[in-house]
Design a protein around this ligand. Sequence first.
Ligand code: NVA
Length: 371
Amino acid sequence: MAWSPEKTEVKSWNEWDTLRHVIVGRADDCHIPPEEPALDAKVPEDSDMRGQWGRRPPETIDRANELLNNFADQLRGLGIRVDRPVPIDHSQPVTTPDFHTGSQFGCMPPRDVLLTVGHEMLEATMSYRCRWFEYLNYRPLLKQYWEEDQNFRHEAAPKPRLTDADYHPDYLSDKIGEAKRLEWAAEKFFVTTEEEPLFDAADVLRFGKDLVVQHGFTTNLKGIEWLRRHFPEHRVHTVNFPGDPYPIHIDATFTPLRPGLILNNPQRRLPEEQREMFIRNGWEIVDAAQPAHNTPPPLCYSSTWLSMNVLVLDPKTVCVEKSEVYQAEQMDKLGMEVIEVELRDAYAFGGGLHCCTADVFRDGDCEDYFP
Ligand code: NVA
């Protein structure tokens, strides 16, 4: 049955079918959390974020919200239903029997927390202590979907304990240097240990019957095994990108645009042996265009490669950040219609256009693209 805006239905099997219903994050009350192992490992040695923590400056929150609200309106103007989370008080510290942290993170970006696979939305375990309760920002929406859609499966992965045993102490020095980090990434030695299953939803890409999951700082092998057992009808593939010294979240590294076409970050190429499944099935993996910026904006965790963190609206249409002119140009050459969206001043809140959204409904069914 065709999608109707009058009726709530959760369903999304991939990253590219026509988008009908989406969640867009909010910047309200976002914090830079205090130091903690997995978060520190992601912050480059020369980042302006080192040694800082507390509520983000109010003018930056207002500006990010202005951009996120405009993006939501732009999507609504295209006929897409947009929901927004309900922020909790992120200044609250978190204490569990196993850890304590001085503040939370925010309700950005939703893609990190919520994984939609078919009729299910799964709350990820998360791997940062400051993000342990982040799912609460989305609970009002998930409660509503559950009440309105009889087929919706609301699932939550087991909450991890996040004791010190979850993190390799080797990563905790702020003077490791990029060469060492690259060596470790190539050896698949990451900040998180195999103490218990850990994954962030943004390490997973959905290709119908296949789920492609990045092994890195925020997702460990046990997390991937947990996903494999949780989705027994799917094939779950582990990938890693040795060129990335800070491997978290796959969506500024590997970006499927439509069946048969993926952008890959040229500094973080998928190793040959892991390309096999794509090549054998006629998929093309092309280098993404260079970012338009040499540095990320102030107080930003992410790299300049948010340029390729695009939101695909359908196999012919893609939202690209307005200042990312080279990425837009490449999309055009690849036959995609580009919708420009201004978002750079919200990057600091956790990412780009793909990050700041979470799918609720896309057309299409679960296809096998890699028979
Ligand atoms: N690994 C990423 C996170 C972006 C979503 C980066 O390039 O910073």
